[in-house]
Ligand binder design. Structure first.
Ligand SMILES: Nc1nc2c(c(=O)[nH]1)N[C@H]1C(S)=C(S)[C@@H](COP(=O)(O)O)O[C@H]1N2
Ligand SMILES: [Mo]
Length: 268
């Protein structure tokens, strides 16, 4: 009898322990969890994009976190830039700025004013080029094989005409040989310091037979001029470069395309 009582007590204790174990409620959860897990998996499978997005989220967060830091310096440099398209080139500009940051340590030992002055006189070419480059005026002048000088005819929208002598480099040669266009490139945007800009297809830039309706014998390439009427532009009056192009055909109003004070050329 005593052993039966002991067994019953042990059984009771075991029963109480078993019931009080969290394992019981776990079993209930376990039956739910597979549902949750499968639901979760379905979400992952059916929303690959969102899953990818989640994976990318840290990257995006970084990307979003970075531009604001650099947006300020960029914003000051590219005040007239307002479109989303321009934001991309602006991002590309940020990369060189990072490398400049690396050399920041050296700057105080060198001559910052000289570097700033040089930077102000450089012709920047950005975007789909192998050499993301800034040409100094001296570098451009040394490119004897692509220098072009002649009198360009201009017609503006009010009918004013004129002939003006310019000296500069052929833009197509500069892009193709010096900046080295990538195979993706299809157009350029010439942007002035005041935000004035003109877009051209590469075919238009490549064209070497722009005309002067008053002198059919002449043919002109598109050039980046640093000299007008025998005078170099005064760097104090802004970036010393002007885009000059002849006419496509008689009556072509070409003068508005003469972008002065070019800050940069973006290739896309
Ligand atoms: N940077 C810049 N270039 C510019 C412009 C401008 O507003 N900003 N205006 C264009 C227009 S519409 C014309 S008609 C000519 C005027 O050139 P001019 O000032 O030498 O007469 O410049 C063109 N180049
Ligand atoms: Mo104009």
């Amino acid at each position: 009898m005593k052993t039966i009582k002991v067994y019953r007590i042990i059984l009771m204790i075991l029963l109480v322990i078993t019931l009080s174990l969290p394992g019981c409620s776990q079993k209930v959860k376990e039956t739910e969890e597979p549902v949750n897990i499968s639901a979760g998996q379905e979400n992952n499978e059916t929303q690959d994009a969102s899953a990818g997005g989640e994976e990318d989220t840290p990257v995006n967060t970084d990307a979003e976190a970075e531009p604001p830091k650099e947006a300020a310096p960029d914003g000051t440099k590219t005040e007239p830039v307002k479109t989303v398209k321009d934001a991309e080139p602006a991002n590309k500009v940020q990369k060189p700025e990072k490398s400049e940051d690396v050399t920041d340590q050296d700057k105080p030992e060198e001559n910052p004013p000289t570097q700033e002055a040089e930077a102000a006189n450089t012709l920047k070419i950005q975007g789909s080029v192998t050499n993301k480059i800034a040409f100094t005026l001296d570098e451009l002048k040394s490119m004897k094989d692509i220098i072009f000088e002649d009198e360009f005819y201009s017609l503006n929208s009010f009918g004013t005409t004129g002939h003006t002598r310019f000296k500069g480099v052929k833009l197509w040669s500069l892009l193709e040989r010096k900046a080295k266009l990538s195979s993706k490139a299809s157009k350029i945007t010439v942007i002035a310091a005041d935000g004035y800009r003109m877009e051209f297809t590469l075919e238009e830039v490549m064209k070497q037979d722009y005309m002067d309706e008053t002198n059919p014998a002449k043919k002109f390439p598109m050039i980046i001029a640093w000299e007008e009427k025998g005078q170099e532009y005064d760097p104090a009056k802004g970036a010393p470069y002007k885009l000059v192009v002849g006419q496509r055909e008689a009556g072509d109003v070409n003068k508005p395309q003469w972008v002065s004070n070019i800050d940069r050329i973006i290739v896309e």
